[in-house]
Design a protein around this ligand. Structure first.
Ligand code: PGA
Length: 233
């Protein structure tokens, strides 16, 4: 199994979750703006677009030798074959190093349960895709064998900026407690997600047991995302 390179190099993860947004030309403008910047080597910047954009972004990153990694936002729980509409780990692995699994929007809108999530993690790890497993509490981890070849994202649904008008970033002390409990169980990188912005990013990255952030809404505009990264260091 691939060792998670970022963890052992102690890189800080900044993951952009574009959700169901961006056409190819919008993605082109965004990545072009980021390509004009120089970012510190101690950051692992992961862009998670829709499947339709993975091929284009992968080529752009390679041709321009950019320091970005790609992540998918979902994966099939099946290996491949007669599953219309599904995208398998093997297909994703051609373009991406990471995959988001069990995001609260998928649990809620697509009835993803613990069993499905467990199968998706297995599929990802078989193909050496690093799963970024999104959870809102420790119970969601009961059936998951924690190891260093995964990333855990603590994302309370009430903290997600698009979930409701009164969503609010989680208190850093709660985030810190959660990450500490995970690290007592296993040596696994933990990131926080939910209403991350340019003014609060540092307070999460400063927490001892937090290894990065997962950014939704504020990753969509290239200028805001660049500012956010600048505020992270
Ligand atoms: P948000 O989304 O940054 O817009 O709160 C985070 C997420 O859903 O991953």
């Amino acid at each position: 199994m691939k060792t998670n390179p970022l963890y052992h190099m102690k890189k800080t993860l900044i993951i952009a979750n574009w959700k169901s947004n961006k056409t190819k030309s919008e993605a082109r403008n965004w990545i072009f703006e980021l390509s004009q910047q120089k970012f510190p080597d101690n950051l692992e910047i992961v862009i998670s677009p829709s499947f339709t954009l993975l091929d284009f972004l992968d080529s752009f990153i390679k041709v321009n030798d950019l320091p970005f990694k790609l992540g998918a936002q979902n994966i099939s729980s099946f290996e491949g074959g007669p599953y219309t509409g599904e995208v398998s780990a093997k297909q994703i692995r051609e373009f991406a190093d990471y995959v988001l699994i069990g995001h609260s929007e998928r649990r809620k809108n697509f009835s993803e349960n613990d069993e499905i999530i467990k199968s998706k993690i297995q599929q990802a790890q078989l193909l050496k895709l690093t799963p970024i497993i999104c959870v809102s509490d420790l119970y969601q981890l009961e059936n998951i064998e924690l190891n260093e070849n995964m990333v855990l994202a603590f994302e309370p649904p009430g903290a997600i900026s698009t979930s409701s008008s009164d969503s609010k970033a989680e208190d850093p002390s709660i985030v810190s407690d959660f990450a500490k409990k995970i690290k007592e169980k296993a040596d696994v990188p933990v990131v926080y997600g939910g209403s991350i912005d340019t003014s609060n990013i540092k307070s999460y990255l400063a927490l001892d047991d937090i290894d990065g952030v997962l950014v939704g809404g504020n990753s969509l505009d290239a200028e805001i995302f660049i500012d956010l990264i600048k505020n992270a260091v």
